[in-house]
Design a protein around this ligand. Structure first.
Ligand code: A3P
Length: 381
């Protein structure tokens, strides 16, 4: 009887501990399952985020280029406004900075194709220009470029690329390849003075990027014409006199408006074309005369217009009496003085004052129109 009761007790004890062990095992299993599920969910979420980031950076530069490249020359700004293109969204200083989330599925397919074009982070890369110096020839365009590129946030193509007037058929990829390397936050700039007067260029620039900022240096058109002539004469020994070329039939009564140096000075005609595509707020006019007399002032305006800190100041300039023009110091510490080359700041030939008076009379109405369009009185005589 005693033995049987001990046996019964030990049986009930072992089944209770078995039940406890079972409950413990189940609890452990439940916790380990929940932990693993959480872990998996967080890994997959971070993977998705990094994929999305990659895709967004993939869609930026190539999308800008392909949409611009394939753009149709006959499209009008009004049509573009009705159906905004990729270009319309790009307003930052870096030409590849805008992205559209709706492009992501399409980008999945082309992801591998454009793998090499991916430009993440601060890695230096080439971008289409944000800012163009479009003219005007012989007004001080080289001086402007040399002065503004002293700024650490401005990088410029060294020579005139002539993409929009001579090499347009080569495409934006070709153009971008001619741009300097920049890092995020730096402005890409190019100067080709013939852009201002070439008919097709405003529309082409608009199709590249509607937010492009345009810098235009202008100078008294009479002095500009003489400067233009001086340059041409320096390349051709038997060039006729300025007075013979600027007027028809040898008298000063009829101005030859077909002669390039005279024609280019009718600024209002060219500006009207640009204003069909760009608002005045995207254009900055720089006085060629003031760029010589007070370069720091004009460069201050340019820096403000481009949203840059005023880094280039009067400390960067000095007047070189031998050259008769302002020259520059490459840094504020006044190291490495540098003047523009011999082809800038040439001596002009003597021109008959009567011819000059006649040209001034010719330009007066066009100059007034130009003052009216720009809202600036340049006070050319
Ligand atoms: P001139 O050579 O007739 O004097 P561009 O660079 O557009 O071809 O313009 C050339 C003109 O820039 C020169 O014309 C000169 O007057 C002007 N210029 C302005 N600032 C200058 C500078 N710091 N040094 C030399 N030329 C300058």
């Amino acid at each position: 009887m005693f033995v049987m009761s001990i046996w019964g007790t030990s049986l009930s004890l072992s089944s209770r501990s078995l039940a406890i062990v079972l409950v413990l095992c189940l609890t452990l299993l439940y916790f380990s399952y929940s932990f693993n599920a959480c872990l998996l969910a967080s890994i997959s979420r971070s993977l998705q985020q990094s994929n999305l980031r990659n895709l967004l950076s993939l869609t930026s530069t190539p999308r800008n280029e392909s949409s611009s490249h394939s753009s149709n020359d006959s499209a009008t700004p009004a049509a573009a406004a009705a159906a905004p293109s990729a270009n319309n969204t790009n307003t930052s200083s870096s030409s590849s900075s805008s992205s559209n989330i709706s492009n992501v599925p399409a980008a999945v397919g082309i992801a591998s194709k454009y793998q090499l074009l991916r430009q993440p982070g601060l890695r230096p890369s080439r971008h289409l220009p944000d800012t163009l110096i479009i003219g005007v020839k012989k007004s001080g365009t080289r001086a402007l470029l040399e002065f503004i590129r002293l700024h650490p946030d401005v990088r410029a193509a060294g020579s005139e690329v002539h993409f929009f007037d001579r090499h347009y058929q080569r495409g934006l990829r070709w153009y971008r390849h001619h741009m300097p390397y920049t890092i995020e936050g730096q402005i890409t700039m190019e100067k080709t003075p013939s852009y201002f007067v070439t008919k097709e260029v405003p529309q082409r620039v608009y199709h590249m990027n509607t937010a492009t900022k345009l810098l235009i240096v202008v100078r008294d058109p009479v002095t500009r014409a003489i400067s233009d002539y001086t340059q041409a004469a320096s390349k051709k020994a038997d060039m006729k006199r300025f007075e013979q070329l600027a007027f028809v039939n040898g008298s000063y009564s009829v101005v030859d408006t077909n002669w390039g140096p005279v024609k280019i000075g009718v600024y209002s005609r060219y500006l009207e074309r640009w204003l069909l595509y760009f608002p005045l707020s995207q254009l900055l006019f720089i006085s060629g005369e003031r760029l010589i007399m007070d370069p720091a002032y004009e460069i201050g305006r340019v820096q403000d217009f481009l949203g840059l800190k005023r880094v280039v100041t009067e400390k960067h300039f000095y007047f070189n009496a031998t050259k008769g023009f302002p020259c520059l110091f490459k840094s504020e510490a006044r190291s490495t003085p540098h003047c523009l080359g011999k082809t800038k700041g040439r001596n002009h030939p003597h021109i008959d004052p009567n011819a000059i008076d006649r040209l001034r009379e010719f330009y007066r109405p066009f100059n007034n129109k130009f003052y009216q369009l720009t809202g600036i009185n340049f006070a050319w005589a």
